[in-house]
Design a protein around this ligand. Sequence first.
Ligand SMILES: [Zn+2]
Length: 83
Amino acid sequence: MNPEYQAYLRSTEWREKRKEFLEEANYECERCNNPATQVHHTSYENIYNEEKEDVEVLCKSCHEEAELEKGKEVEYGDEYGEI
Ligand SMILES: [Zn+2]
C-alpha cells in the first residue's frame, strides 16, 4: 500500500466521504445487513474521487472477508480501518 493512499484514508476528506456512503446505505452491511462500520474499496479506479460503484459498505467481518478475497493481509490502522 502506498503512503499517499494511507494518508488519504486518514484524511478528513475520506472520513467525510465514507460517512456519506455509510449514511446512504443506512449503516447496513451490503452483504449481510448487519450494522455497517466500514467502507471497502472494490475499485481503485476513482481513488480520491470515489463513486458509489467503487465502494462497498460493509460490517467488520464482511470487510475482513472482502480483504481476504483480494488476497491481502487484513491490517487495520484504526477503528475506521479501510484498506
Ligand atoms: Zn456484513
